[in-house]
Design a protein around this ligand. Structure first.
Ligand code: PA5
Length: 376
């Protein structure tokens, strides 16, 4: 059945009963679980031990799609700022040519049944790569058990996008296992404390007048959000876009600096429908000083055009804290945008339908099972 959208007034954001009626599958509870999932993910990851020879790999390749891939991007952004480890994130069926026996391929799929991820997993196995997988269930778990590949099982019952901590934190543990510690447990515990406290102020019970997530959602309501970020927060801008797409079923764009100043900036002249745009900058205290000047230039160009603009200043003293605090804010913003549009945030009808129709045509899962039967 097609879902109807109906715009609600901003005051709906302070009507907890009305929010409950729209959020039928309780996405609010899942977003609120973000801090506790962070803690749970740290505990779960302690159980992941990798063979000693995994320490010799030249790179980590994270394979996943959508809500299961974004944790790979966060991991890449963070680890490349801190360690010499080479990380790539592959959202595709085919692995790059250079992936071989000296690569560590990490397959991440919350359902464990995503075609692209399974195909990349199969290719990695055939190339003799070191491997490890993270999933809640599905063929990925079955394949790891049959092929004796290290596997981390995470709890089911969430949407993949709200399970982000369960899919991101294990990557930090994997890096540590192969000799590239990115952040220690102490830093994770501090970040958890910060995010838990921040989250209280973002929940539906906290009124618009004191709730930065509701305030940003109110500014973005009935607009096209254009989200910019930089450095280790590039993946956070993508997370904002994806969460707005999936939770609010709304279009959004994202771009990164300094690159946007070399192409996208041209679109800030002769703007069509400027009253329908709203720009969000996710700033960082860790940016290169030259980058600060690039931001100033872009901001003043946009302001000159009279387009609405909001600055997000993530909380925290570390890159990890900035990432996580910006994410929890953005997740709630996407949630409140869904409420304002009167759409149930959790279901992703089109994604599910596309996957079903696709499998009817490709019969991929049967083929993967046949391959698995013959392998190992
Ligand atoms: O958010 C979603 O539901 C999607 O983006 C999924 O994460 C994506 O389709 C991949 O599925 P999975 O996360 O189960 O591998």
């Amino acid at each position: 059945m097609k879902s109807e959208t109906r715009s609600n007034s901003i005051s709906t954001l302070d009507n907890v009963e009305a929010i409950r009626m729209i959020d039928k599958e309780n996405m609010g509870r899942m977003i609120s679980s973000f801090p506790s999932l962070l803690k749970e993910a740290v505990t779960l990851s302690r159980g992941l031990a990798l063979p000693r020879d995994y320490r010799n790999v030249k790179e980590i390749i994270v394979c996943g799609m959508g809500g299961s891939a974004i944790g790979g991007d966060l991991f890449k952004d963070l680890s490349q700022s801190i360690t010499p480890l080479r990380v790539s994130v592959i959202r595709d069926y085919d692995l790059p040519n250079h992936v071989d026996g000296n690569s560590l391929v990490v397959a991440v799929s919350y359902s464990g049944n995503t075609e692209e991820t399974l195909e990349a997993f199969k290719q990695a196995y055939e190339r003799g790569s070191r491997m490890v997988a993270v999933a809640s269930n599905g063929l990925l778990e079955k394949a790891c058990s049959k092929l004796k590949i290290p596997f981390l099982g995470v709890p089911s019952g969430y949407t993949p996008r709200s399970a982000l901590p369960l899919l991101f934190i294990p990557l930090l543990k994997i890096a540590e296992e192969i000799g590239f510690p990115v952040v220690g447990e102490g830093e994770l515990a501090e970040a958890h404390r910060l995010v838990e406290e921040y989250n209280h102020g973002l929940t539906p019970e906290n009124p618009l007048s004191r709730n930065p997530a509701k305030q940003l959602a109110a500014r973005l309501h009935e607009k096209l959000p254009i989200i910019y970020s930089m450095g280790h927060l590039k993946s956070v801008a993508l997370r904002y876009k994806d969460q707005i797409n999936e939770n609010a079923k709304m279009r959004a764009m994202c771009d990164q600096l300094p690159e946007a100043n070399h192409n996208e900036v041209e679109a800030w002249e002769k703007i069509d429908f400027k009253e329908l745009l709203h720009v969000v900058f996710i700033d960082s205290r860790f940016k290169n000083p030259y980058l600060a000047e690039s931001i100033n230039q872009l901001v003043s160009t946009i302001e000159k055009e009279g387009v609405g603009l909001s600055m997000v200043k993530p909380l925290g003293e570390t890159m990890l804290e900035e990432m996580l605090s910006a994410i929890i804010l953005g997740d709630w913003v996407s949630y409140y945008l869904a409420i304002l549009r009167g759409v149930d945030p959790a279901p992703v009808r089109l994604i599910s339908e596309l996957k079903m129709k696709h499998d009817e045509k490709t019969r991929y899962f049967e083929k993967f099972e046949e391959w698995l039967y013959k392998s190992g």
